[in-house]
Design a protein around this ligand. Structure first.
Ligand code: KIV
Ligand code: ZN
Length: 496
């Protein structure tokens, strides 16, 4: 029988502890619904005793009929626990530290006092009709005999899940295995969980090691957000469990990317380009050798198919590209070329790359148009625009575009006139095409207030196609609009 591991999602609690992240109740609710759709087993919705907003968010999520069990965090004291229980959660996650350093410098308690706190408070929770999960905070720096004692007391008092917290991310895979085995040997029927931080970049390895040793559940966050270097990334563990171990979670892997993007958008924590599974480059290829291999058989240079996690592979032209990759890119853009034209395009792309230029889709498209002598095909064009900005009113843009010969209009506000204008374009297209702006940058090319701006954008559609474009001009709003429209035209070419 296939082994099943439970996923305890703490994006809304430990993830929200990421410095600079603060989610509104609405944002939390939107993420909770996405996590539920993704298939996590438990959603830790927050820390109700921390603030009124946290309390209200947990209450709303706990009572919204999600399939996942909704949990919340509480310290082991009656005040915290009563507030938490009154939200209507089905599972309470309680914690107290067990390491000597925390006992001495933070809690100022003896080991016996900590055991007494665990016994008294978990016994109090026992008849409240909720599942009880106990985390030993800083478990991985706790003396092992004492850790086992603390877990035994928690289990005897009513906890059904025992969680080993690697609070400062200092465990090694072998230590994780040792701790999980120690608890499983002593209490074979209890659910053992791990909560791992990524301070030394070992979070995924440590979580997998714990699961190899028999852990039944892991805590993690989407995109690995969390305190300091973050928590383990759910997406990394879920995919690794599936492809390396044949272990199932309830996660619908195809929804990983859209969930990751939503969390990125609402938390404002940008995903690194090279982040496994969800980073922009995770399925991007430039080198000719790799591209050639991929085109013959994607498994040559891809560990998993991008579709498995709701993504699409993409190729980028550059000095390392070969003719196979560039031909595939041109095909994706709907451009057909003969052999001589292809050789000339490859030559020009390499020359740009050698000159240190980042060759965007827009560059490749322009080169192909010039080599083939064709005129660029445009599905989307700007018909009219008014953008106002000032003081005490939100910058607003009204726009008219022509999409496949049909006029579409919209207006939007934004944090500035550029933001308002790009949002207005996205809004105008809403009924026909969902476009996300995933990257925007602006550089001044010359000196003074009349300097030329160079705007680069990267846009993505709901099928995961990505296109980039660059425009240069004296007016940053119009140049941004031009780059965005051009980028969307490139996207549309990839959809044909
Ligand atoms: O990292 C940690 O120790 C925690 C606990 C509350 C489980 O987040
Ligand atoms: Zn944590």
């Amino acid at each position: 029988m296939t082994r099943r591991v439970y996923v305890f999602d703490t994006t809304l609690r430990d993830g929200e502890q990421t410095p600079g992240v603060s989610l509104s109740i609405e944002d939390k609710f939107e993420i909770a619904k996405a996590l539920d759709g993704l298939g996590v087993d438990i959603i830790e919705a927050g820390f109700p005793a921390a603030s009124e907003g946290e309390f209200n968010a947990v209450k709303k999520i706990a009572n919204s009929g999600l399939k996942a069990k909704v949990a919340a965090l509480a310290r082991l004291n009656k005040k915290d626990m009563d507030v938490t229980l009154s939200t209507g959660i089905k599972r309470i996650h309680v914690f107290i530290a067990t390491s000597d350093i925390h006992l001495q410098y933070k809690l100022k308690k003896t080991r016996d006092e900590v055991l007494q706190i665990i016994r008294e408070n978990i016994s109090y929770l026992k008849d409240k009709g909720v599942e009880i999960e106990y985390s030993a905070e800083d478990a991985t720096r706790t003396e092992k005999d004492f850790l086992l004692k603390a877990f035994r007391v928690a289990a005897e008092s009513g906890a059904s899940t025992l969680d080993i917290a690697d609070t400062v991310g200092v465990a090694s895979p072998s230590l994780m295995k040792e701790l999980v085995s120690m608890i499983k040997r002593d209490m074979p029927d209890i659910r053992v969980s791990v909560h791992v931080h990524n301070d030394l970049g070992l979070a995924t390895a440590n979580t997998l090691a714990a699961i190899e040793a028999g852990a039944d559940q892991f805590h993690g966050t989407i995109n690995g957000i969390g305190e300091r270097a973050g928590n383990v990334s759910i997406e990394e563990v879920a995919v690794a469990l599936k492809v390396l171990y044949g272990i199932e979670t309830g996660i619908n892997l195809q929804k990983i990317y859209e969930t990751s993007k939503l969390v990125e958008k609402l938390t404002g924590v940008r995903i690194a380009k090279n982040k496994p599974i969800v980073g922009e480059n995770a399925f991007g290829h430039e080198s000719g050798i790799h591209t050639h291999g991929i085109l013959n058989n994607p498994r040559t240079y891809e560990p998993i198919s991008p579709e498995m996690v709701g993504r699409k592979r993409w190729f980028m032209a550059g000095k390392l590209s070969g003719s196979h990759g560039i031909a595939a890119q041109l095909k994706e853009m709907g451009i057909s070329v003969n052999e001589d034209q292809l050789a000339e395009i490859v030559k020009r792309v390499k020359a740009l790359g050698d000159a240190g230029k980042h060759v965007t889709d827009a560059d490749l498209y322009a080169i192909a148009m010039s080599v083939t002598g064709s005129s660029p095909q445009k599905y989307l064009s700007l018909k009219g625009i008014v953008s106002v900005t000032g003081m005490n009113i939100s910058p607003t843009t009204s726009i008219r575009v022509s999409f496949k010969e049909k006029d579409l209009e919209s207006s939007s506000t934004g944090i500035g006139p550029v933001d308002a204008s790009l949002r207005a374009i996205q809004k105008a297209l809403e009924g026909v095409l969902k476009v996300n702006l995933i990257e925007y940058s602006i550089d001044a090319i010359t000196g003074g207030s009349d300097s030329l701006a160079q705007v680069s954008v990267k846009v993505e559609d709901e099928e995961g196609h990505i296109a980039s474009s660059t425009a240069t001009g004296p007016d940053i709003v119009m140049t941004s609009v031009e780059a965005m429209i051009d980028g969307i035209n490139k996207l549309l070419l990839k959809r044909v």
